[in-house]
Design a protein. Structure first.
Length: 371
């Protein structure tokens, strides 16, 4: 039972972040606790159970256990048997947006919630955010620009191949039926800007840091692996680096290099996705960093992609509420996501600027090996 077979079944390359390995750790280190456990749950389904739902787990979170057969939406007995995990301890798998019960009457009174409130399975935060911003069709991708940046492309079929696996891309269900997503992410995005603010310019606010960055980094390049590298390297031991520093560089150049480095890292991910057979046609940006028009214009130029900014503070919460409305029969979640979203701005790439950054990208690709 090798890594190739595991990826073929689950759509995810092996990694310690998945639940299966934590369950195996419990089996080895706390066998009595494992034996007594009625079942294993993620926070979302556990909270719903405490509110009155039946035991369950939605498919998007089921895929994050690395014990679910991706194409079938069922637990893989082959994987569970290889891991030695009792399949009876795994809950029922349900699609996101499935009604799983009603709130307990006593809890409803104490929380001030109507006693007939329906409990609905939600989903993993990233596909919920993709729904929230209207990334509901092939060729679209949500770009969550928060502490971690995560681009979530949408597929119409499971995309599981050697190029995907080699870049650490997991294929997982969307919260919408018949669609799939992957997660291309960088662990140091907004978190890196926060580090810069706290360390270099503690008196500045985030908006001014972006607004006052230099027009050009003057050859300065930053590798943003300050918390290790996520896709396409999946290297927790990777470290960040600053290349090309001279006496002519100041804080505005460093700020520019930092924000360019974050974007170069995501361009690298887009290149790997294209090698795997998927081309993104448009990004929909959300999260704290997406509030800066200057940053989004720079990002569109660097990536050579049109980017939409949407008026939305909590895209994941919006996606979850759309799933709930669908379960109540109020609307179709995908249609409502598109028809009710507010696009605040659109940024088209400048071809000359894109060509300039494309040439610099050749240098960026070499930095990981040097660091």
């Amino acid at each position: 039972f090798d890594d190739d077979r595991l990826y073929e079944i689950t759509g995810a390359p092996p990694h310690g972040m998945y639940s299966l390995y934590k369950i195996m750790w419990l089996m080895e280190n706390q066998p009595e606790l494992y034996r007594r456990a009625a079942g294993f749950h993620h926070f979302a389904d556990y909270i719903l159970m405490k509110l009155g739902a039946r035991p369950h787990m939605d498919l998007t979170l089921g895929s994050r256990t690395q014990a679910m057969a991706l194409g079938r939406g069922q637990w893989s007995h082959e994987v569970l048997e290889a891991a030695g995990v009792d399949p009876n301890k795994m809950p029922e798998l349900v699609p996101s947006g499935t009604a799983v019960g009603r709130i307990k009457p006593g809890l409803a009174d104490s929380l001030g919630i109507p006693p007939d409130a329906l409990l609905v399975a939600g989903g993993h935060d990233q596909p919920c955010a993709a729904l929230g911003v209207g990334a509901v069709g092939v060729g679209l991708a949500a770009d969550g620009m928060g502490s971690v940046e995560c681009i979530v492309p949408v597929f119409d079929r499971p995309l599981v191949n050697e190029a995907m696996r080699g870049s650490g891309f997991a294929c997982a269900p969307h919260v919408l039926p018949g669609l799939y997503v992957t997660y291309a992410f960088n662990l140091s995005a907004g978190a890196l800007l926060k580090w810069y603010r706290n360390t270099i310019e503690p008196d500045a606010d985030y908006a001014s840091l972006v607004q006052n960055m230099a027009e050009d980094a003057r050859g300065l390049m930053l590798l943003p692996h300050f918390a290790g590298a996520a896709t396409p390297y999946m290297d927790p031991l990777a470290r960040g680096a600053l290349f090309g520093l001279t006496l002519q560089h100041g804080k505005p150049h460093l700020a520019r290099a930092l924000l360019e480095g974050i974007t170069y890292e995501m361009i690298l991910n887009l290149e790997r996705l294209e090698q795997a057979g998927f081309v993104i046609k448009r990004l929909v940006a959300t999260g704290g960093l997406s509030r800066s028009e200057r940053l989004l214009k720079m990002k569109a130029d660097m990536m050579g992609l049109p980017i939409e900014a949407v008026r939305m503070e909590q895209a994941g919460a919006r996606g979850a509420s759309l799933l709930a409305g669908g379960a109540l029969g109020l609307f179709d979640p995908a249609q409502a996501a598109v028809s009710t979203r507010q696009v605040t701005n659109r940024f088209a790439p400048d071809s000359a600027e894109h060509a300039k950054y494309a040439a610099r990208m050749d240098t960026y690709r070499k930095l990981y090996a040097l660091a």
